[in-house]
Design a protein around this ligand. Structure first.
Ligand code: GDP
Length: 308
């Protein structure tokens, strides 16, 4: 991801090299190139506009600094603005004052929620936490089982809706009801009683946004009062990521975003747009199917990667 954007941006900035001073028309020409590069990468139009306007204003107003030549100064500005649209500072996960910390995952089917649940659980375990996975995707056949497989791989117990189907638990860990809200509530209660300090709730997703999905996710949220609601979004879906994010922001609300499939060859626009469009910080990034293909999201590192 970002290869072509990276090439286009470095190409646009390369034209400035060797110039002793930059005229407004040099800056306008570079800004036009940057605009095209971002549009081609599928970045949402309002985000492109804001980004390019800020580059132009800052580059034209920049004082000539002793340490940097004009071209380097523009590169620095572009870098800073990239960091800014990606969220600025790294945002750490919010932990509850009194455990368990409840983390709910929401997003479309196929976004990578279940895979992420395992990655997050393994990561939390490595940080010294004692996570419990809760299987609330009762919509998709096999989803509960998939989470159990993921839990086993991550070495993390799974609270599941059917009695006796849990992994790593003692005896029957789970309720028989097929109601995701009850399962979520039961999972959090179980975590509290059995001293798990973090709970990750995997919820159902649909192929497209629909009212029932939203209602269900909103009900799970209301019943469990999570410390974090993470909107999981496939970075490969381009502009649709922004529309989907807006629908989830209205229907369920979320405190953070997880970008998945950043290893893919999409143009990266979703990754660059979602923070600015929703106002929610990107907390984590998934870069593959394996448990370890996962990391905390660092806006500055991502910006450096994009600028090559
Ligand atoms: P869910 O429906 O949201 O729970 O999505 P899943 O976790 O089942 O993931 C859907 C598909 O995407 C599976 O085939 C996963 O292996 C795959 N997947 C998940 N995350 C990533 C990722 O970061 N990169 C890649 N390449 N594939 C991923």
């Amino acid at each position: 991801m970002f290869d072509s954007l990276s090439d286009r941006l470095t190409g646009a900035l390369k034209d400035l090299r060797g110039k002793g001073r930059l005229t407004d028309s040099d800056i306008d020409a570079t800004a036009r190139e940057i605009r095209l590069a971002l549009l081609e990468a599928d970045v949402a139009l309002p985000v492109v506009r804001t980004f390019v306007d800020r580059i132009k204003t800052r580059a034209k107003g920049a004082e000539v600094s002793g340490a940097l030549n004009p071209a380097q100064q523009v590169v620095k500005i572009v870098n800073e603005e990239l960091v800014s649209i990606l969220g600025g500072e790294t945002r750490r996960i919010a932990l509850a004052k009194t455990p368990p910390t409840v983390i709910m995952l929401a997003g479309l089917q196929g976004a990578g929620k279940t895979t992420l649940a395992g990655k997050l659980a393994a990561w939390l375990g490595k940080q010294g936490h004692t996570p419990l996975l809760v299987a609330c995707d009762l919509q998709r056949p096999g989803a509960v089982n998939q989470l159990q497989v993921v839990g086993e791989r991550a070495g993390v117990p799974v609270y599941a809706p059917q009695p006796g189907t849990s992994v790593g638990g003692e005896g029957e860990m789970g309720v028989s009801a097929g109601d995701p809200v009850e399962v979520a509530r039961g999972g959090v209660e179980h975590a509290r009683a059995s001293h798990f300090d973090t709970v990750i709730i995997d919820t159902a997703g649909r192929l497209g946004v629909d009212d029932e999905l939203m209602r269900q996710a909103a009900d799970v949220r209301a019943a469990t009062d999570p410390d974090e609601v993470l909107f999981v979004v496939d970075a490969m879906i381009g502009q649709d990521a922004v529309t989907t994010a807006q629908a989830f922001a209205e229907g369920v609300g979320f405190t953070g975003v997880v970008l998945t499939k950043l290893d893919g060859d999409a143009r990266g626009g979703a990754a660059l747009s979602v923070r600015e469009v929703t106002g929610a910080p990107i907390l984590f990034a998934s870069t593959g199917e394996k448990l370890e293909d996962f990391d905390v999201f660092h806006p500055d590192r991502m910006a450096s990667r994009i600028l090559g």
